[in-house]
Ligand binder design. Sequence first.
Ligand code: BEZ
Length: 401
Amino acid sequence: MPSKSMPSKSILRPSRRSLIKGAGAATLATTIPTGWAIAQAKPLKLGLMLPYSGTYAKLGENITLAVELLIAEKGGKLGGREVQIVKLDDEAKPELGPQNADRLVKRDGVDAIIGTVHSGVQMGIHKVVRESGTLCIIPNAGANAVTRALCAKNVFRASFSNWQPAYGMGVALAKKGVKKVAWMTWDYAAGNEAGEGFRQGLETGGGKVVQELKLPFPQTNFQPLLAQIPSLDVDAVAAFFAGGGAVQFVKEYKAAGLKPVLTGSGFLTDGTLEAIGAAAEGMETGLHYGDGLDNPKNIAFRKAFKDRTQREADVYAVQGYDSAQLLAIGLEAVKGNVEDEAGLYKAMRSAKIDSPRGPVSISKSQEVVHNIYVRRVEKGLNKVIGIAVEALADPGTGCKL
Ligand code: BEZ
């Protein structure tokens, strides 16, 4: 693979990112004086670090397909540069996160990463991109820390924080007067942070999470936990599960004929309805997206996604599309020159994304600000029936940028 040339600006004052891209770059800098003109002619290397296997595989696929859709809609170029995609299957395995991210940055020399889905894997990516200075846009993983105490100027999230949708659903149930709830989840950052957000939301109306039931990710041995529910005396069970695990969980919950209503973060029923079938009908959940959102962008996006992929769009596709939209906004502002970090980040921070989910802006901690909707499953669609919280920003606690 040919070595990378460097922009002339970097020859004078190399950024952390350009230094990390390999020893060959320093030699080139002295022998090729044409700088930015040559760099601009080269494709922008975009790393997609996502799960393409395991329980979150479909999430990674839909993010990828939507990133590719946005790039195709822009004629294959962002900020005037061709985009070359490098895909890496992170398998949703946190223990492989740092080495996989390191491969993309050091071996493949990517200019930016869109990744990933699993909060634990995100922490591995975060360590690497904070050290290297590589631009990272998060298309799903909600790990709170990356836009709170560990926030970084080169890391933006286009999806949600784990706190946001669960807090919104907690508020919605509190407004309905729901008092006693059990929280059920995989025992890792996404489920636990969502649980904390849900508890805070529910408490706004005097409700309480009276019991937490957990199993390790990605296990699906739900029966011992479901067996405890009849003795809990709760009005509702709220849950965080996603992907293949959510399909199995909802089916087993409904098959068990349990009395407490099943609700939670909308990941339970997003991208899963076809596989769950009738068991999901009538379920109400909270999320920053709903299939039937009646805005022109959503209608156009869902059609374009279906035409190109023969799949129905879901929240993961929306987040992939918005990650690419955010990248496009940044790159257009600096005409593809990723080395102009100040210009790139300034444009991304002030981005107003025309998202299929409705209006999206970026907070000071570089997190999306968006509506959290209440959705009800009707005829196999997550139909929006109300707004739980409008323009909800994550608290961004501890972030200093
Ligand atoms: C997470 O690990 O952050 C996550 C995974 C799937 C859906 C939502 C959040």
